[in-house]
Design a protein around this ligand. Structure first.
Ligand code: ARG
Length: 565
């Protein structure tokens, strides 16, 4: 949005200062306060000989206003530029209004395909905070790539294979209940798993039985596989349900069990490349040269390991999907594992070795429901919803107006969790805090939803009396708070584009926070009701565009924008 203004500034300042256009273009920034201008240059950044304060003054005096730039003002060593506001406001607002849900999108990824692997819980084990973060961040990354024209494949790589499924099968014989399995497979399988593990502590021979059972699974014996297949299928049905609540629908449910002969091919290739070493019948991958340790890839009984499967999966994924990029959204606790995986792919000399990326994230501390510490996603969502419902009930008047409080409480509860998660850089650990995240004040999910709902309510209030007019007189939006909002709206596409590089959800969340702050100031000053028609129309378009952009940004981070709360 600012490109033509930056170009206009660059060409004049180049002529005045003698600095190169590239240096000037990269020195143009958005000042924190817009009292003196919308764009600014810190003169020292141009590295021109002379006193920066003096230079700023001289250039400001000599700068000639044109169609794009209204004025240049020097403040200390800064050169501030005021762009042609009326023109700019029209351009920004009409663009947001006409592009609507696609405002900010690009097609830079057209024709390219990305696999985003995320969430990836382990069947019969808790869906813990790490999985929740992967789910939230992965969904965001998928949406972001879509917004840039990429074809995306969202993939869930379930932990659905290994000796523990032998253990689970034996446990099911003792503790399994058909009824409970069907009613809540995730919970029931976990309970069975916990019970059989207890038994196995007292009676270690159970582990041998489990190993033998898993051996049968590895050998593809039908009976052994049938039970496991049911566990998997039923769990996926349940997962789908829970993910749907978060607005997520995976394109592919893959998993450790789905890795096939690619794994054996990979092992042969590694062998040929001479990076495998044998040790008492077991096989290790030697990555010591790269400071990535020696890793077990085949046990002496022939079973493959986590890394082995990942290597096989990588090869098979490329063969199946021919991806241009693949992103693994996995906790930083597995940094070493992913480094080992990517290094191996590189050593295999696969032509697509540079298409792999690990997106990691830090720990969440203290995430638990009130009742206990073991956390399943569903319990988390329920707890958040219930807590939110309680908060809503406290303001009786408003509560009475909400049509479907259950649904709104659920959406707000999810917003609370997601926004807290995306507040800071991914790699930062954070402390889970119910009280803070459920508040309507401060930078929380409910607060951002409230900003959106407020815009909707302004639109509702004047429906039929003030029209949404793209030809309104936008020069009437001259107040500082209106100007700040328009500048922010204009920056959304750039924010989106740079976030595709950083893949940091906090860039988007921080953006929404700024916009929400800007409108909460504006609504006190810029009224739409009881105003002269031209003013009302200009302001209505402003608020409408804010709603569009907050709505787009909330959708991007995986939330459903709320219209009334
Ligand atoms: N299921 C694994 C866990 O819970 C995460 C899988 C990550 N993805 C991968 N390709 N290794 O720790």
């Amino acid at each position: 949005m600012f490109d033509e203004y930056k170009a206009a500034i660059t060409s004049q300042v180049a002529a005045l200062s003698g600095a190169s256009p590239e240096v000037i273009a990269s020195a143009i920034e958005f000042p924190k306060v817009t009292t003196y201008g919308d764009l600014a240059i810190a003169v020292p950044r141009l590295r021109v000989k002379g006193n920066p304060v003096q230079l700023a003054k001289t250039w400001a005096d000599e700068f000639k206003a044109d169609d794009q730039i209204d004025s240049a003002i020097a403040t200390g060593p800064y050169l501030n530029f005021r762009i042609n506001r009326a023109l700019f406001a029209r351009k920004v607002l009409t663009t947001v209004n006409s592009e609507g849900p696609k405002y900010g999108w690009t097609d830079t990824g057209a024709g390219k395909r990305v696999i985003v692997e995320f969430s990836s819980p382990n069947i019969a084990k808790p869906f813990h905070a790490g999985h929740l973060r992967s789910t939230i961040i992965g969904n965001f990354i998928t949406n972001l790539y879509k917004a840039h024209g990429w074809e995306t494949i969202s993939m869930n790589y379930l932990g659905d294979w290994g000796k523990q499924y032998g253990l689970l099968a034996i446990g099911f014989e003792r503790y399994g209940s058909e009824e409970e399995l069907v009613a809540d497979p995730i919970k029931h399988l976990y309970d069975v798993y916990v019970s059989i593990n207890k038994d196995a502590e007292a009676d270690p021979s159970i582990h041998d039985q489990a190993r033998a059972y898993f051996r049968k699974m590895e050998d593809r014996e039908e009976d052994a596989l049938a039970l496991w297949q049911r566990f998997r299928d039923l769990s996926i049905v349940k997962y789908r349900d829970i993910y749907a609540r978060l607005g997520i629908d995976f394109d592919v449910y893959s998993g450790e069990s789905q890795v096939g002969e690619g794994m054996h091919r990979a092992m042969n290739m590694l062998d040929e490349a001479g990076i495998l070493v044998e040790d008492k019948g077991a096989v290790l991958l030697d990555l010591e040269k790269y400071k990535l340790e020696r890793v077990l890839v085949k046990k002496s009984d022939g079973t493959a390991l986590y890394l082995t499967r990942d290597i096989g999966a990588a090869i098979e994924r490329f063969e199946t999907y021919n991806f241009d990029k693949i992103i693994y959204v996995v906790s930083s606790q597995q940094d070493l594992h992913l480094k080992q995986l990517f290094k191996t792919v590189e050593l295999l000399d696969l032509p697509y070795a540079d298409r792999f990326q690990h997106i990691n994230y830090g720990l969440v501390k203290g995430m638990s429901t009130r009742k206990g510490t073991v956390v399943f996603l569903e319990d988390m969502l329920r707890e958040s919803k219930d807590n939110m419902h309680e908060v809503m009930r406290k303001t009786e008047e408003k509560y009475a107006q909400v049509e479907n409080p259950e649904d709104i409480a659920d959406k707000l509860g999810i917003s609370a969790i997601v926004v807290q998660d995306m507040m800071a850089k991914r790699i930062k650990d954070y402390e889970f805090n119910w009280d803070r995240i459920l508040s309507f004040e401060g930078d929380t999910g409910p607060y951002l939803q409230y900003a959106h709902a407020r815009m909707c309510s302004i639109e509702r209030r004047v429906e039929g009396t003030v029209k949404l007019n793209p030809d309104a007189d936008f020069s009437l939006l001259s107040e500082e708070c209106a100007r700040d909002i328009i500048n922010l709206l204009a920056r959304y596409p750039d924010t989106l584009a740079s976030t595709l590089q950083s893949l940091e959800p906090c860039n988007i969340v921080q953006y929404i926070i700024k916009l929400a702050h800007a409108v909460s100031t504006a609504v006190e000053q810029l009224w739409v009701v009881n105003q002269p028609q031209e003013i009302a129309e200009a302001r209505l378009m402003l608020y409408h565009c804010v709603r569009v952009v907050i709505g787009n940004a909330l959708t991007l981070i995986g939330l459903t924008p709320i219209e009334r709360m």
